[in-house]
Ligand binder design. Structure first.
Ligand code: NAD
Ligand code: TYD
Length: 362
């Protein structure tokens, strides 16, 4: 039986991880530590048994107290500022949370787990493939040995946090692992990232703003596969190592966007109630969703291509993504159509109705 502290557990991936872990490991306990920024929502954890503490990872004394009082033996660290566009407009928050926040957690972990007789423990750090920079069209995919070359304030802050985690292992003997994953998608993703933003804009008949030529390439990872990957690292990963976790779905943005537009059209054609629920949608007015596409000024410093070589994860952990993009995207579209009150609540800051309807709790 393990006792987990999940930081950022009310955000997109953290919440999916809590739900996944509670299903797979019902005997374990989970404490979520989340300060609830704009991206964190209690509703994401509705139905979860996890204890919820609203607090900041930069509060080292708070974290020390939680680790001691709750006998925590495993930290899974998701808490971060996570959106590249926000990092361009306001980089300081990314240094505060991603760098100083990770330092605070490491400090607390070291003081509770390593002072006196060392306790069995694991500190797992969730990071991104963006720390490796940008690939040319024919470059080999990122692997654990690719040199770091972060290009955005977001990826620079995550790179710094990765280095801190590595140093706490080498210098102090903290038992750490790190995973660097590709672009996640799935339920509970805040509608500022490409897929949920474009889905919700499409349902409102709003423009779909494509940065630059739309030929930037990302590897798309269904969030549940990511959770399985982290589980594999926790159970089978070598302490001190990093693992690249990918979705095996390298696609140009324009292909993702065209898939999304066609899927929305097909959903409206198959279910006539959607036109009543979303009368502003192009698909409700006899126009293709793709007619909403517009080209906007490119993101400054926009990375051209990310790709993951997951040989290490496959060989050492037996990890392989279970969902291809077609099935993962179809499930994601169905989730957003079926959970309208969730995303409306996220957008207007009120989640009560969605929680009450889905979980009969208040
Ligand atoms: P998110 O923005 O949806 O959620 C982040 C969560 O962290 C929120 O609940 C927020 O309230 C919480 N948080 C922020 N600052 C905090 C603080 N100081 N103290 C406590 N909680 C705080 O992010 P996400 O998309 O779920 O990403 C989770 C992790 O995975 C991040 O570390 C991110 O860098 C990494 N990652 C994400 C992706 C992706 O595609 N979303 C890809 C690779 C890596
Ligand atoms: P995003 O979801 O922000 O993830 P990341 O920047 O971490 O990869 O963006 C995914 C891709 O989609 C990225 O190449 C930027 C592009 N994009 C747009 O073209 N328009 C948008 O409005 C957004 C949010 C992203």
């Amino acid at each position: 039986m393990s006792h987990l502290l999940v930081t950022g557990g009310a955000g997109f991936i953290g919440a999916n991880f809590v739900h996944y872990w509670e299903t797979q490991h019902p005997g374990d306990t989970i404490t979520v530590l989340d300060v609830l920024t704009y991206a964190g929502n209690r509703a994401n954890l509705a139905g979860a048994r996890a204890a919820f503490i609203q607090g900041d990872i930069r509060d080292t004394a708070l974290v020390e107290g939680l680790l001691g009082d709750r006998n925590i033996d495993t930290i899974v660290h998701f808490a971060a500022e996570s959106h590249v566009d926000r990092s361009i407009h306001g980089p300081a928050a990314f240094i505060d949370t991603n760098v100083l926040g990770t330092l605070s957690l490491l400090t607390a972990a070291r003081s509770v787990w390593l002072s006196g007789e060392a306790k069995p423990h694991r500190f797992h750090h969730v990071s991104t493939d963006e720390v490796y920079g940008s690939l040319g069209p024919d470059d080999p995919a990122f692997s654990e040995t690719t040199a770091y070359a972060p290009n955005s304030p977001y990826s620079a802050s995550k790179a710094a946090s990765d280095h801190l985690v590595r140093a706490w292992h080498h210098t102090y003997g903290l038992a750490v692992t790190t995973s660097n994953c590709s672009n996640n998608y799935g339920p509970f993703q805040f509608p500022e990232k490409l897929i949920p933003l474009f889905l919700i804009n499409a349902l409102h008949g709003r423009p779909l703003p494509i940065y630059g030529d739309g030929m930037q390439i990302r590897d798309w990872l269904h969030v549940e596969d990511h959770c399985r990957g982290i589980e594999a690292v926790l159970h089978k990963g070598r302490v001190g190592e990093t693992y690249c976790i990918g979705g095996g779905a390298e696609l140009p943005n324009i292909t993702v966007i065209d898939t999304l537009c066609a899927a929305v059209d097909a959903a409206f054609a198959a279910d006539r109630t959607l036109a009543t629920r979303f009368p502003e949608a192009a698909a409700a007015q006899g126009r293709p969703t793709a007619s909403l596409k517009i080209t906007v000024t490119d993101r400054p410093g926009h990375d051209r291509r990310y790709a993951i070589d997951e040989t290490r994860a496959r060989d050492e952990l037996g990890y392989a993504p279970a969902r291809d993009f077609t099935t993962g995207f179809a499930a994601t579209l169905a989730w957003y159509l079926g959970n309208e009150s969730w995303w409306r609540g996220v957008l207007d800051g009120s989640y009560r109705d969605w929680v009450a309807t889905n979980y009969n709790v208040r």
